[in-house]
Ligand binder design. Structure first.
Ligand code: GLN
Ligand code: ZN
Length: 764
């Protein structure tokens, strides 16, 4: 008899109910009681879905008003002192205000830091600890939610982020070893588990996702130490791992005083056998066979085959689950009325995945005959996908098979190209430019919405967009920028815009996934071979270029970013999809160049976030990611200048790969670190041109010329001035025009001042 459970469920609701509730609460339009009621309804809906899917447990404690890691800071009394949370006695409405100020900041304090959750696009609030952090338990909310779940009559399995992962993922202000806090933190976990035990909870899921990372001896020892606190007076513990093969930590894990382990059998199916053989006789093994990170229908036959060798041996000790929390998938496919049936039949979102789990359990427990019909439907869908002409294009596959026919290198090395480009472009020292987007005004958004609804014709829409382009070009001419952009008015999103024009992409109406707090993203789905049926940006780029004698950059999203910010195929390696995207972008580069565009920017802001969790796998990722970028760019002739752009990530440990991309110019975000990021580029002696961002685009504040000059002085200390550009950190789409014009004027003046200074210096 196999059991079923999930590691967690999306909190936002099928129609983003939580998002809208939060945002009205923040605006003061919804009272605390209203917010609570909406959250409670969402939780109970999620539990009922799990009951309907006949799961052995319903999972509680996975809900959060903002982020579950933040909730653990609160739960264990570890909110940063600077917020003065601890000793305050407060009413419920103030509790919420205080809670959200941790995540969003308030008049006195900046928000706690936020960072990416492993290799997902979910962001968690980083716990902020220091050497006088004292943990305590603040479990009122957690226990209330548990009570709520227990009232539904199913077995409830609460989830906790484990003590070692919590500590590992936190940051410390003072320079001290955070492992010194381990004992006192583990002690509080022991208290909480005792409380859960008293409440007759049989199982607790304790997540230790850091097993997906490269851990050193000290951290491995920390598990032993922390879990020693959890030996008695507690419910049974299911230690959950995900996102990786964790067999290398088997000797540590199997010695922990827990009662079972969950493994990710989607990312690493090969670890099942080794785990069955390694676990103590009384442990359960929870096998994550349904993909919690992607949107594809499960191949149920394949899953049953994968499980088959172990079913009898494990018996009652076999648990079935999605690979990780379903937090990373959209909620409900059934409501997607606009998606056609063929594509829909390939997909499963969170609700559908619960159903799949149920079928798998029935097939195992009652025999395949009991679910023959469901299995037949699944089999037919899998077959259809494998043979669909919408998924498979012989032309694309042939191109990929003969990738060698495309030279991924430019015709000549950078030095030669640079000379030719300079001859063509005749740019001044320290050329000024922007990253691509200009303010997405209410007007722009309204016309796009109306066009999508069919309220205005394509011609009218194109006309309106041209007006915005003309306006952007005029502004840039007036400012005296050297390299102009068309402003990206026609783009809602840098991936969606291209995806809509590429074959192989599908879009959902409600396929939202939480990114952080109330912010959700709706990644497009790459379901088939990707190619570009016709030019995508040549019209807008040519139109913009026709308005000015200055060079206008053609703006494209790079293959790695397209891949990274989409749901990708699970029926071919990521690398293959990346190469298909690369060729599609390459075709566009070719056409832009033929249309006379002299500078083409291929944005790769997500380049770094594609890095695998384990260092041993970095190089193979970097090899194909760099290759994909180069393939897209190498069709450019020597005198076509290729730019790329990256932002908001740590570049210094991948500098060789960034250099290997061989873009003529890279613009990067650096102002937030006061140009510190550039030091790496300087030390590494980055060979091509660089535009370090001189101002942060996240705030309407207009930085002074003096500030920008100081930053550029720092830049010239590490990079030769002949190879420097001046630009903002990133695109300006979230800004308003007035502050944009002022800031850019300061930027242009900064360049002028510096050029004059340099001329004086040279003539002396
Ligand atoms: N060209 C894009 C823009 O300016 C780049 C955005 C990004 O880096 N995320 O909006
Ligand atoms: Zn950017």
């Amino acid at each position: 008899m196999a059991h079923t459970h999930i590691l967690g469920y999306p909190r936002i609701g099928a129609r983003r109910g939580l998002k809208f509730a939060l945002e009205s609460f923040w605006k003061g339009e919804l009272a605390v009681e209203g917010l609570q009621a909406i959250a409670q309804a969402l939780r109970s809906e999620n539990w009922q879905k799990q009951q309907q899917a006949e799961l052995s447990f319903i999972t509680a404690g996975d809900f959060s008003f903002y982020d579950h890691v933040l909730d653990h800071s609160v739960l264990f009394g570890a909110t940063p002192q600077r917020f003065g949370w601890r000793d305050k006695v407060r009413e419920e409405k103030d509790y919420f205000a205080d809670y959200f100020s941790l995540a969003r900041g308030n008049a006195q304090q900046p928000a706690m830091e936020m960072t990416k959750w492993f290799d997902t696009n979910y962001h968690y609030i980083v716990p902020e600890l220091n050497n006088d952090t004292r943990f305590s338990i603040n479990a009122h909310d957690y226990l209330t939610q548990l009570d709520e779940a227990q009232r539904l009559g199913s077995k409830v399995k609460p989830v906790l982020l484990g003590p070692v992962s919590l500590l590992y993922l936190s940051k410390t202000k003072d320079n001290f070893n955070k492992l010194e806090l381990l004992n006192s933190l583990a002690e509080q976990y022991a208290h909480l588990l005792r409380e859960l035990h008293q409440r007759k909870i049989e199982w607790v899921q304790i997540d230790e996702p850091i097993f997906a990372l490269d851990l050193d001896e000290a951290w491995l020892k920390a598990f032993e130490r922390a879990y020693a606190w959890l030996r008695s007076n507690r419910p049974k513990l299911l230690l959950t791992t995900y996102f990786a093969n964790v067999t290398r930590y088997q000797s540590v894990i199997t010695h922990l005083p827990v009662d079972g382990v969950h493994i990710d059998a989607v990312r690493a199916p090969e670890q099942i056998g080794p785990w069955v053989n390694a676990i103590p006789g009384h442990w359960v093994l929870s096998i994550g066979v349904i993909d919690g990170r992607n949107v594809w229908r499960n191949d149920l036959d394949k899953s049953l085959q994968l499980l088959h060798p172990w079913v009898e041996r494990l018996g009652e000790r076999l648990w079935l689950a999605p690979s990780c929390s379903l937090l990373h998938t959209p909620v409900n496919l059934a409501q997607e009325a606009l998606l056609d049936d063929e594509i829909k039949s390939c997909l499963a979102f969170a609700d559908e995945k619960l159903h799949e789990l149920n079928i798998l359990a029935k097939a195992i427990n009652l025999g395949v005959a009991s679910v023959a019909e469901e299995l037949a439907v699944s089999r037919a869908a899998i077959m259809a996908r494998a043979n669909s002409s919408r998924v498979h294009s012989t032309a694309v596959k042939a191109r990929i098979e003969h990738l060698d026919q495309f030279d991924e290198n430019r015709a000549h090395p950078f030095a030669i190209r640079q000379a030719q480009q300079q001859q063509r472009l005749n740019l001044p020292l320290l050329p000024t430019t922007t990253i691509g987007s200009f303010p997405q005004t209410a007007e722009i958004r309204t016309s796009r919405a109306r066009f999508k609804k069919g309220e205005i014709s394509e011609a009218d829409y194109a006309n309106t967009m041209q007006q915005h382009i003309r306006y952007a070009i005029e502004q840039q001419e007036n400012l005296g920028l050297d390299v102009l952009v068309h402003g990206e008015a026609e783009r809602n999103d840098m991936v969606e815009y291209f995806g809509e024009q590429l074959a192989g992409y599908a879009f959902t109406e409600y396929g939202w996934v939480q990114s952080y707090g109330s912010r959700c993203v709706k990644p497009p789905i790459i379901f088939g071979d990707v190619y570009r049926p016709k030019p995508m940006t040549v019209d807008t780029a040519s139109y913009a270029q026709s308005l000015t004698a200055k060079p206008v950059k053609g703006m494209l999203t790079g293959p790695v970013t397209m891949l990274q910010w989409s749901f990708v195929r699970d029926d071919q390696p990521r690398k293959t999809t990346a190469m298909q995207l690369a060729l599609a972008i390459r075709d566009e580069v070719d056409d832009l160049q033929k249309a006379g565009i002299a500078i083409i920017q291929i944005d790769e802001p997500a380049f770094r976030e594609g890095l695998p969790l384990q260092r041993a796998q970095w190089q193979s990722y970097l090899d194909w990611a760099v290759r994909a970028f180069k393939l897209s760019a190498s069709v450019a002739s020597d005198d076509t200048q290729i730019h790329t752009h990256m932002c908001y990530s740590e570049f210094n440990d991948i500098l060789p790969a960034i250099a290997a991309m061989d873009a003529d110019v890279i613009t990067i975000e650096t102002s937030r670190s006061q140009m510190e990021l550039l030091d790496g580029f300087g030390e590494f002696a980055y060979p091509n041109q660089i535009g370090p961002g001189v101002y942060d685009i996240h705030s309407p504040r207009v930085p002074s010329i003096a500030e920008m000059e100081a930053l550029m002085q720092r830049a010239t200390a590490v990079i030769p001035v002949e190879r420097l550009w001046i630009n903002p950190d990133c695109g300006l789409k979230t800004r308003g025009w007035p502050e944009t014009v002022q800031a850019l004027q300061h930027m242009v003046n900064t360049a002028k001042n510096l050029r004059e200074g340099l001329l004086v210096a040279i003539s002396n």
